[in-house]
Design a protein around this ligand. Structure first.
Ligand code: ADP
Length: 540
């Protein structure tokens, strides 16, 4: 008989019936016996009726039975009584269909019963085999109490970490939200003082103050965004988002920043609709284009679209400072900033963490490549399932969009319940040459609504009191005048507000608090231009 090879404890051994150095079959039989007896696992073999046909010595240590006491007994002696019915079903199922399990051993974590009735967490490995036609199952059983304890400790630690993380996110969300109101006041007062000051030195101080307020605002907004995303509070609201329109808005938002930085901004879209969350999608693009402009000193920033293997790719490319290859992995971490060119002060290190979270929520993929000192390219890949060809009306709507014309003389009805914010906004708007009337509550606003005329616009805080919102003021004004009185609603939690609006409200805009003073003036200008056009048409 030839030499057989087998694998024992990871090493090769050879067996021969004849002479050394090979071991004989008899020796092998003895080795096998020895291994079976002294295995660290309790080993039992049961037949197809669930009766124990073999048990090694380790069963004594583990279960307190002698091996000979077990022979011929049902395997259920090892099963705590409360599990016996269920176990019986498992055994019959296993015996009826062992094929699917013959390929590999099965491990199960369950409880086993000792001879004295006590129980322990057991790790059990099952391996079915046949001798002739007869089916047997070998079971290796070990005490898994320690593993169970470690598992329990791990689960508890993970739950605790998740709880702490949720608490952190809640704290961040609340703190950053509550800080918005006072920051709003400071911002408006700063803008008002800038308009009032004739003194160059004071103006320069105010400019510095404005920059500090801007960076605080950016930090607050980013903190609020990331904490909302991380807390799992955001459920994407998927709608058809027409890509050319969204990219047009993006261009409009960043055009002036590009001009100030003397950079070329090129945006080109494909005529597709993406089924996704409009607010989150926009936020993702905003962060990428914002970064591209921020980290580019000369050249251009482009946003291009193309199709690849059925997916829609949006590529944001810049000719900026680039990112070192060893940092590419880390830049998506919270608060991570590269700072190769003293650029840290430009941001807070949350933009790409927001991009990562949003992409995860929307099932987008993000890829980044960069050449240091030359360029960075971020590619968003949107799966085919979320893309649809645009319908003709959508295309027509974009073509017919026009730049708003110059503002007419405008009167503002300001509705704001916070005294500080109301006073500062009123002052700021008046200094901008607007006529302002203020209401400190829904009731006060309601009383003023009948006096609104053409050329009037409402600027209202969203949260007015426990039972009224700025949107209600807007809707009430429309009911009173039977036309779309233009209005701007300011909110500390814009993404949530936008989500709650079931139907679009025409001639209105929603701005985030603390409001960017330029954005507020721009919104007033745009709405008034549109309203004047509407009025012209009606009068014609
Ligand atoms: P930050 O608020 O600092 O911009 P981000 O999370 O948006 O934070 O980005 C993390 C870091 O990645 C940035 O600090 C910057 O160093 C680097 N980075 C991001 N985008 C670009 C880019 N387009 N070009 C060069 N560096 C970039």
């Amino acid at each position: 008989m030839g030499v057989q090879r087998g694998n024992l404890s990871g090493g090769l051994f050879t067996v021969s019936r004849t002479a050394s150095p090979h071991i004989t079959m008899d020796e092998l039989a003895e080795i096998t016996q020895h291994l079976l007896r002294s295995s660290p696992d309790a080993l039992v073999v049961i037949d197809d009726r669930g009766l124990i046909r073999f048990a090694n010595d380790t069963v004594t240590d583990l279960f307190g039975y002698r091996p000979d006491q077990l022979l011929g007994q049902s395997v259920e002696v090892f099963v705590p009584e409360r599990f016996r019915a269920r176990h019986g079903r498992h055994v019959s199922g296993f015996v009826a269909d062992p094929r699917s399990r013959e390929m590999g051993a099965r491990i199960a974590d369950l409880y086993a019963r000792r001879a004295d009735g006590s129980e322990f967490a057991a790790g059990i490995r099952l391996a079915p085999f046949r001798i002739g036609e007869k089916l047997f199952v070998a079971a290796a059983i070990r005490d898994a109490s320690e593993r169970q304890r470690i598992n329990d400790a791990l689960v508890a630690a993970r739950e605790e970490a998740e709880r702490a993380n949720r608490a952190k996110s809640r704290f961040l969300a609340t703190a950053s939200h509550d800080l918005r109101q006072p920051l709003q006041t400071i911002k408006l007062l700063n803008a008002a003082m800038t308009r009032l000051s004739g003194d160059a030195e004071i103006s320069s101080l105010l400019k510095h103050q404005e920059q500090a307020i801007e960076s605080t605002t950016r930090l607050l907004n980013a903190l609020l965004d990331i904490s909302r995303l991380e807390s799992g509070a955001i459920e994407p609201q998927r709608v058809a988002v027409f890509l050319p329109k969204m990219l047009d808005e993006l261009r409009a938002e960043f055009d002036s920043i590009a001009r100030v930085r003397a950079l070329k901004l090129e945006v080109s879209a494909l005529p597709f609709s993406v089924t996704t969350d409009r607010v989150l999608f926009y936020q993702l693009l905003q962060n990428l284009v914002g970064n591209a402009l921020k980290y580019t000193d000369e050249g251009s920033v482009s946003v291009d679209c193309r199709m690849e293997n059925g997916a829609l790719l949006i590529v944001v490319r810049d000719t900026g400072i680039g990112i070192p290859p060893d940092k590419l992995e880390r830049i998506f971490d919270e608060y991570y900033q590269v700072d190769t060119h003293g650029t840290k002060r430009l941001g807070v290190g949350l933009g790409l963490a927001i991009v990562k979270e949003v992409a995860r929520l929307l099932d987008f993929k993000v890829r980044i490549t960069s050449t240091i000192g030359r360029s960075t390219e971020v590619t968003i890949s949107i799966p085919a399932a979320q893309i649809a060809a645009a319908v003709p009306e959508q295309l027509a709507a974009v073509v017919s969009q026009r730049e708003p014309s110059a503002p007419p003389r405008t009167r503002v009805l300001l509705v704001e319940d916070n005294d500080g914010v109301r006073m500062a906004t009123e002052l700021f708007l008046k200094l901008e040459g607007l006529e302002v009337r203020s209401a400190a509550s829904f009731a006060e606003a309601e009383a003023l609504l009948p006096t609104l005329g053409w050329g009037d616009i409402i600027v209202a805080d969203y949260h007015l009191d426990s039972s009224h919102t700025g949107i209600e003021v807007l809707l009430k004004a429309r009911a009173v005048h039977d036309r779309n009185v233009p209005g701007i609603v300011l909110s500390g939690d814009l993404p949530t507000l936008v989500r709650t609006i079931q139907q679009p409200i025409p001639s209105s805009k929603f701005l985030s608090k603390p409001v960017d003073t330029d954005a507020l003036l721009q919104a007033i200008k745009e709405l008034m231009a549109a309203s004047r056009e509407q009025g012209d048409k009606l009068r014609a």
